[in-house]
Design a binder for this molecule. Structure first.
Ligand code: LRH
Ligand code: MN
Length: 424
């Protein structure tokens, strides 16, 4: 399914006058509007290859039709996203869910859709058919060297796949842990996991990064061997300069102050980037900004402050990825909403009056500091996000265009109503 340019232009023309009025209204109050637009256009968010179909829970899965049946069709769907919002210029693969049969052909297809390959994701949390060893009691932590060696070999294989595709990073998320007191020696598990990660780290090309993703619980429910930012930071500091800590927003205990974690990981130069999603209770993998958009804004406020303090390039120096799973919404619409929520939070963070905030902090004017932050948060920046999309050749209203162009209806005609995508 291709998004025809003339149809997109037609859609935008109908909205143009109203958009221009909204844009001029908000731009009048934004001193650095050109800088904001330039940064929004450059900001590309990687789409997870495992989130283009309808996910499910252990209680059920309700597939919505027209789902991608192959890696090629997943790349086409990310191509549709990118054509509509010009901010989804990368795809993050999960191995073995998405093993390319022909790397060159896949690279060419991705390039035709303006896409590059972001972080590769290994999978040592599921047993593969015919695999000699089982990950039931863990992978890199496993008491049995044969299991650890199998998991290490898999991660090295995933790096090889990524090199073929032009990826520059490997994300390691481990389900490893324990579900009952006494099941695991925590020090032993840490030392075996570190030793295993060292062997994977040694296989990284010089210009690659290793992202170590932490998670507080699930599928283990007593301990997780990379459970929080402190443990991940301990591992990456012991591994070396190419290792970083990846923050999945849904992987924290209730009420964790994620923006403070982000600020400190940035300060240490060990922040890998993000798996964006939202949640109310656990690792719910809901649409970004659908439950707690103020937290997302506060995270981006720390990101902009911390990246500028280190002179970092906002678009390229961190890994910006979504990690969500869709049970009720159309997967592509859900992802369009997530990307827009991220762009809105980023734009709001870019218009925070930082000098005034620092001045208020200097004199402990707590009320004024909140006023300065919330002035930015309460500014409706959607027209800035639309203008950035329009200037980049995308839609003023990506979800409106997705529906007007009847993308899902066409995908169902092409692929059928009962197709199921690989992934979660
Ligand atoms: C684990 C996780 C990890 C992925 C998986 C699909 O909860 O966030 O990033 O490998 O989801
Ligand atoms: Mn994740």
């Amino acid at each position: 399914m291709q998004v025809e340019k003339y149809k997109l232009d037609g859609f935008n023309n109908d909205l143009l006058a109203d958009h221009k009025r909204r844009f001029e209204f908000v731009a009048a109050d934004v001193a650095n509007v050109d800088d904001v637009l330039q940064k929004l256009e450059a900001f590309q968010i990687a789409i997870p290859s495992w989130a283009l179909g309808t996910g499910g829970t252990r209680f059920g899965r309700f597939s919505g039709g027209g789902e991608p049946r192959s890696l090629e069709e997943k790349i086409e769907d990310v191509g549709v996203l990118h054509a509509l919002n010009k901010s989804s210029g990368a795809i993050s693969l999960h191995i073995p869910w998405d093993i390319p049969q022909n790397h060159q052909a896949i690279k060419t297809l991705a390039a035709q859709h303006g896409l590059r390959f972001d972080a590769m994701n290994s999978n040592t949390f599921q047993d593969q058919a015919g695999a000699p060893e089982s990950y039931k009691f863990g992978s890199l932590q496993h008491i049995d060297k044969a299991v650890r060696d199998q998991a290490i070999a898999h991660n090295i294989e995933v790096i090889k796949q990524g090199i073929e595709l032009g990826s520059k990073s490997l994300t390691v998320w481990l389900a490893d842990g324990s579900s009952f007191p006494g099941q695991l020696n925590f020090r032993g598990a840490f030392e075996r996991t570190l030793d295993s990660l060292k062997q994977i780290y040694a296989a990284l090309p010089d210009d690659w990064k290793l992202y170590l993703e932490y998670k507080c619980y699930e599928p283990n429910f007593y301990s997780t061997t990379v459970a929080d930012w402190g443990q991940s930071l301990l591992y990456v500091t012991k591994l070396g300069p190419k290792a970083y800590t990846l923050v999945d927003l849904g992987h924290h205990l209730p009420n964790a102050n994620i923006e403070q974690i982000v600020s400190l990981l940035l300060m240490e130069g060990r922040l890998a980037g993000f798996h964006f999603n939202d949640s109310k209770y656990g690792d719910d993998d809901l649409t970004v900004g659908s439950i707690n958009p103020y937290q997302l804004f506060l995270i981006f406020n720390e990101l902009v402050e911390g990246m500028d303090a280190r002179g970092m390039n906002h678009a390229t120096d961190l890994g910006w990825m979504i990690d969500a799973s869709h049970n009720l919404k159309d997967p592509i619409e859900d992802l369009l909403q997530s990307i827009q929520a991220i762009q809105i939070a980023y734009a709001q963070a870019l218009i925070v009056d930082k000098e005034a905030l620092v001045a208020a902090q200097k004199v402990n004017d707590v009320a004024l500091a909140q006023e300065i932050l919330q002035k930015a948060y309460r500014t409706d920046v959607r027209a800035l996000v639309s203008e950035a999309s329009l200037r980049a050749g995308g839609a003023i209203d990506p979800i409106g265009a997705y529906r007007k162009l009847q993308v899902r209806e066409n995908l169902i005609k092409e692929r059928g109503a009962k197709t199921v995508a690989t992934g979660l």
